[in-house]
Write a protein that binds this ligand. Sequence first.
Ligand code: SAH
Length: 336
Amino acid sequence: MKQALSGLTPEQINKQCLLDKKFIGKQIFSWIQKPVLDFDKMTNISSVLREKLEKKHKILSSRILGHQEDEYGTQKILIELEDKHRIETVLLNDGKDRQTICLSTQAGCAMKCRFCRTGEMGFKRNLTHYEIIEQYLLMAEKFGNISNVVFMGMGEPLLNLPEVRKAVKILHHLDGQNISLRKMTLSTCGIVKGIKEMTQEGPHIRLALSLFSVDQAVRKQFMPCTKKNPLEDLKEALVEYQAVMKREVTLEITMIKSINDSAQAARAILSWIKPLRVNINLIPLNPGPDSELKAPSPESVNSFKSILQGAGFSVSQRFQKGDSISAACGQLASFT
Ligand code: SAH
C-alpha cells in the first residue's frame, strides 16, 4: 500500500520520495499543508516530477464520506479511513476570523463515560498521526482558514499521546500551518500518567480536564476512568503541569440534572481547585437519543455559574452549537 504523505515532515518527504534536491521536500510539504491536495496543482514543481509523484505516491489515506452543516455554520464531516473505520470531525465557527477544529484521536473510545455517545461505539483503534492531520487538511480544503485546534473529538487523546505529539509537530511546523502551541488544546477524561508525560515530554499545548464532579463516588459512577485515576492524583498531576507550563488549565464540567448541578456541587468544586489556576467551562448535557439523563435547567446553570464567578473564576458556558446535526460535545458516533 502506498504511504500517504500527509503526515510527513519535509525531511521525511525527501526520503520517502527519494528526492535528491532537499528543498523539494519542503515545497511539497508546504503545498500539502496549505492544503493543496493534488500533485498537479503544485506549480513550482516540474511536470516530470509531478507525474512521477502521482504514480508512486499519494497524499491522503482517508476520504470524506458525508457532510452536514447547522444553522450556526458548524460543519461536521464523516471520514472513512483506509481500513473502512469511520470517524467524525467538527469545525466550529466562533465568529470573526476564528474557526476551531475539533479533532478525533481514536476511532471509538474505551472510556465509557456514561453521558457520552462515542463510548457506546466501543473502542476500534488509535488513529495514526497522519489520520489526525488529514482531518485538518480535509476540513481546511473545504472551509478555509482554521485558527484553533482542540483534541476533543472522538477518543481519549492521552491514550494515543505519541501520535498526538507527532500531529502537533506537523501542525506547528514553520513551513506548514505554523499554528501556535497556545492555540491548541488537549482535553482528557483524566489519565494521570498521560498528564505527567505531557508535562515532561510535551506536547506543550493547553490542557483541559473533564472534571465533571469532585465527588469521587459520583465521578466514578459516570466516568469509570476515575477508578484508576483518583481525583487526588489528578489534582497532583495538574499542579505539576502548572508548575512547569505556567498556564491556566481549563476544567470542563458536563452538567447533568440532579447529578452534579447543585449549588453544593459548585461550592465543592471551589474548595477542590484551590491550589490551581483555572478557567471553567460549563457544558450542559447534550442528551443522547434514549438517555435517562437530562440537561440541567437554565436556572441551575446560572446559579452554578454565579457561585464560581463570585469566587473570581472566569466561567464560560459552551453554547450547544452543532446539536441539530449531532456534532455537539458527546454526540460524535459513527455506528457502522
Ligand atoms: N476524551 C476527552 C475528549 C472528548 S469529549 C475528554 O473526555 O475530555 C469533550 C468534552 O465533552 C468532555 O469534556 C466531555 O466530558 C464532554 N461531553 C461528553 N459527552 C457529553 C454530552 N453528552 N454532553 C455534554 N458534554 C459532553
